[in-house]
Design a protein around this ligand. Structure first.
Ligand SMILES: *Cc1c(COP(=O)(O)O)cnc(C)c1O
Length: 373
């Protein structure tokens, strides 16, 4: 927390606005849309809820397919299944680790031949790095497929000067506890289409028809953010630029200290993009010493340092074992390769220099020492 959140929470208490919706929600939505540069935003209870609303508004239903990045957290794809539709997973490309334009094109060509084009494409911007949007959007446009950007991890990131999450029909963000700013739990759905946003507000508040009595003609959800948590969000949004800077500093210190190790490659920032560096991620090349990410995670663990593997691709998940998947190339499975070699380092924006030096030292030592059997 920045300390500024308390003011907005106190306002909610002093005016007795302890409710879903209220002045903090309205203000948070207005401040958020002006920050990312869109016509409007709907504050919701989670990023997952925001994806679900987007799919629901795009008419995704039983028997449909939705294309989704395979290299992501499970919440990107779960709402596809909530709608009774089937996810089709698209591999990453090596530059950004995000959706591969060539795999997407192949998947769409095949879907067209089978007369089964997807209802939507969910493009994820992982770890703050923007996907190759120019390429991906032009392919989706060619087939007239709407795009949902999962920017849960990329608030504060830019692609060619424009905020991540503002390129598709919908963008979604998450304020879960692990994200760059948090409301403990919460999310945001953004769009430039005000009619779509009105529909989102309607569906997120139980789809009440305009009548005095309780009348419903559509299935709705209880997905709105509470006025208290929106207060936390307002305080957090005021410091987003500081958080991005802190995260980028963390990344830079790691890279400066460790990039001379030939086995390590830090996630690159695609030219023309600006990453919030939500997590410092790198790959550990296969090496003679046998040092792998899982070995390093274990060594860190002994030092009470928490490092983690990167996301396990969704097409490798037991949950999605029957779903189709399109690799980057015939024998190029980029997300699978990243899963074998990827590592996330401790990247909290409140990581002290001392703490970070301890992580760096631990990594230096384990890379210099022979691996114990
Ligand atoms: C966190 C996250 C989500 C889900 O957000 P919640 O607010 O936790 O529901 C979706 N996609 C990605 C890529 C995420 O990291």
């Amino acid at each position: 927390m920045s300390g500024r959140e308390q003011k907005y929470i106190n306002e909610a208490f002093s005016t007795n606005w302890i409710a879903p919706l209220g002045p903090n929600v309205d203000a948070f939505e207005a401040e958020f849309s002006s920050y990312v540069g869109v016509k409007g935003a709907v504050a919701v209870s989670s990023g997952t809820a925001a994806i679900h609303l987007a799919l629901s508004i795009l008419g995704v239903t039983n028997g449909d397919t939705v294309f989704c990045s395979t290299f992501t957290f499970v919440a990107s794809a779960n709402p596809i299944v909530y709608q009774g539709a089937e996810p089709v997973f698209i591999d990453s490309e090596p530059d950004t680790w995000n959706m591969s334009p060539q795999a997407l094109r192949r998947a769409l060509q095949e879907a067209e031949r089978q007369q089964k084009l997807p209802k939507a494409v969910i493009i994820v911007h992982l770890y703050g790095q923007s996907a190759k949007m120019d390429e991906l959007l032009s392919i989706c446009k060619q087939y007239e497929i709407p795009v949902i950007e999962d920017s849960a991890e990329s608030l504060g990131s830019l692609y060619k000067g424009k905020a991540s999450g503002t390129f598709g029909q919908f963008g979604i963000y998450s304020f879960n506890g692990n994200k760059i700013i948090t409301t403990s739990g919460g999310g945001m759905l953004v769009s430039d289409d005000e009619a779509l946003l009105r529909k989102a507000r309607f569906l997120a508040t139980q789809a009440k028809d305009p009548a005095v009595h309780y009348q419903h003609s559509e299935i709705g959800y209880n997905y709105r953010l509470s006025n208290l948590l929106a207060g936390v969000g307002r305080g957090q949004l005021e410091v987003i630029e500081d958080r991005v800077k802190e995260k980028r500093d963390v990344f830079e210190r790691y890279e400066n200290a460790l990039s001379h190790f030939a086995t390590l490659s830090f996630m690159q920032e695609l030219e023309g993009t600006y990453s919030n560096r939500w997590l410092t991620t790198l790959t550990v090349a296969k090496n003679k010493a046998g040092i792998t990410p899982s070995y390093l995670i274990e060594v860190f663990g002994r030092e009470n340092i928490e490092a983690r593997p990167v996301w396990k691709p969704l097409h490798m998940q037991p949950l999605f074992k029957n779903c189709s998947y399109y690799p980057h190339g015939e024998n190029e499975h980029v997300a699978e390769e990243l899963f074998q070699t990827g590592l996330c380092l401790p990247s909290g924006s409140n990581l002290s220099n001392e703490e970070q030096n301890r992580v760096i030292q631990c990594l230096e030592e384990s890379l210099s020492l022979p691996v114990m059997a």
